[in-house]
Write a protein that binds this ligand. Structure first.
Ligand SMILES: [Zn+2]
Length: 143
């Protein structure tokens, strides 16, 4: 979860730096960074669905025996079911992740308020609440 967040963050930073200089490289780089397990599973699902269509086609053309067709088809549905299950579990954990992130940003927004900072009465600079003296002008801060 933390790793994913860092990946997204560094992706955003790289994007911001890279856009004016190397537009092509930037899109390539962010595409790699954004390649998640979920994306891989989605592609896997498409491959399996594509394969099963091919299988149906080959069976209809008479290239496969009933026995082979049933066997391969069974294996494919088992694999598809597994991939779908994994996708589902990732999607539900992503929801949780989004909830946590929303909670964190809400807290950060609150901490910008006056309750968590000390404003210098002398120069108006914002100081951390632990500061007894202003970092800008050195005046004593009243809490
Ligand atoms: Zn000050």
């Amino acid at each position: 979860m933390i790793y994913l967040f860092c990946g997204l963050l560094s992706g955003a930073v790289l994007g911001a730096i890279g856009v004016p200089l190397f537009r092509k490289d930037d899109t390539l780089e962010s595409a790699i960074i954004e390649e998640t397990e979920w994306d891989l599973l989605q592609r896997k699902k498409e491959v399996i669905l594509g394969n099963s269509q091919d299988l149906d086609f080959e069976y209809k053309c008479g290239k496969l025996s009933d026995q082979d067709y049933q066997k391969i088809r069974g294996e494919m549905s088992a694999e598809a079911a597994m991939v779908l299950q994994e996708i589902e579990s990732i999607e539900s954990s992503k929801d949780l992740d989004a909830l946590i992130r929303r909670e964190i940003s809400a807290r950060r927004g609150k901490s910008k308020g006056s309750a968590h900072t000390a404003t210098c009465a002398s120069c108006g600079a914002t100081n951390p609440p632990s500061n007894k003296f202003c970092a800008d002008c050195g005046a004593k801060i009243k809490h």
